[in-house]
Design a protein around this ligand. Structure first.
Ligand code: SF4
Length: 431
């Protein structure tokens, strides 16, 4: 299955020395995940227990009009709550009662912690237990933290899914569980590929509604589609489920290796695998070849942000002809990121965590052709003449599996094309 890929490097990055830094960080908070999760889980409501800042972040990032009745909102902690003058639990109960009376379509309610609720040590797990007793079985109430104190923005989804795992029913059925919130159209493509391989039943976490939820147990095997789901991974292992380690399904190589790990587990023949994957692989390779032309021979520097950095560096170096200078990750988890690190050729500095000023100095010294970073760093770096790609775009855009492989390469090529229009001497053909 590797015949049409660059062979795995003799020395990958799995055992490379990791530069660990714990200084000032530049990342978004975990509330951001609500923006894609509320679209995915169609009977859920996300109630942030936070400040007006949290409400503004969500409202502006999601761009949803308030009269559209979005499935998220903020229970605002006022100054008197923060000063401990009010009973925040009583206020929260009143807000939830009003919400559920007004919105009978809600079947799952997530209480989402924030920096302010954590600072005043509001115990949302106690609130979730109390409200579950009040509203079960019609509404399930769970809680997780989306606070920016400890998290990167993608940890919001991880915390949400990890909160769901303990309440999934027990099952002995041998089933494949695919874990990670994907856009519906991408999820349907993935299910069609697995169905073509004869693999089933396949369950997905998060399910689109509570009624479509699956059980989990010692005969469950699971594959992750997002590299930031490390807490969910641990929660599933605690339930006895078994992880299928694989590179993540970005690009032709990642998708093929991800499917191959599942196919091996379910005893799919090589002939069947080739029959199902050959045509989409051909399309993916053609799309990548066309889109990645401006990337060939260029260098890339990843700041730690989305937690997609290692699999994307593998895609860009092995399928788009780029070289990686530094690959920064907020956290590195060997069981989850190891297969991608094995394929990433040794050479780049692998770094974990951040001390942003020192990392900016390294980036300025390297002058990479492309820098992948958070929104807060992108504009200053652009002003210094560096081309940047916002990491958050990679989470908001469909980029998984074969049919999106060309779009994924295009996302990285676009800043280089833009620069070539502004400064034609860069030698990149303009669109
Ligand atoms: S959770 Fe914290 S970082 Fe996020 S918007 Fe609220 S106050 Fe800001």
């Amino acid at each position: 299955m590797t015949d049409q890929f660059t062979p795995p490097p003799a020395l990958g990055c799995r055992t490379s020395p990791v530069l660990k830094q714990r200084g000032q960080r530049e990342v978004f908070c975990g509330l951001t995940g609500i923006i894609w999760l509320h679209r995915k889980i169609q009977d859920a409501f996300f109630l942030v227990v936070g400040s007006r800042t949290c409400a503004h972040l969500l409202q502006s990032a999601a761009g949803v009009m308030i009269f559209a009745e979005p499935r998220f909102g903020t229970a605002i902690l006022e100054e008197s709550d923060l000063a401990g003058l009010n009973d925040a639990h009583a206020e929260l109960d009143r807000t939830v009662n009003e919400l559920l009376a007004r919105r009978p379509d809600i079947r799952q309610l997530f209480l989402v912690g924030s920096c302010p609720s954590e600072v005043i040590k509001l115990d949302l797990s106690r609130a979730a237990e109390r409200l579950t007793q009040q509203f079960a079985p019609k509404v399930r109430v769970l809680e997780y933290s989306g606070s920016g104190i400890e998290t990167t923005f993608t940890q919001g989804e991880d915390a949400c899914l990890a909160a769901m795992v303990p309440v999934l029913p027990e099952t002995d059925a041998r089933e494949l569980l695919v874990v990670g919130a994907l856009p519906d159209v991408v999820e349907d493509q993935m299910l069609a590929l697995l169905d073509g391989l004869g693999i089933g039943p396949v369950r997905v976490l998060p399910a689109r509604s509570v009624d479509a939820e699956m059980g989990v147990g010692k005969n469950t095997v699971y594959a992750l589609t997002q590299p930031f789901l490390t807490e969910t991974h641990a929660a599933l292992e605690r339930r006895g489920a078994r992880h299928l380690p694989a590179p993540f399904p970005f690009g032709d190589e990642g998708t093929t290796a991800w499917l191959a790990a599942i196919a091996r587990e379910f005893g799919v023949s090589d002939e069947k695998f080739a029959e199902v994957t050959e045509a989409p692989r051909r399309r993916a390779r053609a799309a990548i070849a066309q889109a990645s032309e401006p990337l060939n021979g260029k260098s890339v520097f990843f700041f730690p942000d989305s937690q997609l950095e290692v699999p994307l560096a593998r895609f860009l170096t092995r399928e788009c002809g780029m070289s990686a200078v530094e690959v920064g990750m907020p956290y590195i988890h060997d069981a989850v990121h190891g297969p991608d690190l094995d394929l990433l050729p040794a050479g780049p500095q692998i770094s974990e965590g951040q001390d942003v000023d020192i990392q900016l100095d390294r980036c300025r010294a390297a002058r990479p052709d492309l820098t992948v970073c958070g929104l807060g760093l992108a504009n200053p770096l652009e002003a210094e003449g560096l081309s940047t790609k916002w990491a958050i775009e990679l989470v908001f855009t469909p980029v998984h599996f074969y049919e999106q492989a060309g779009d994924l390469a295009s996302l990285f090529a676009r800043p280089l094309r833009r620069k070539s229009i502004l400064t034609p001497s860069t030698g990149v053909a303009a669109e």
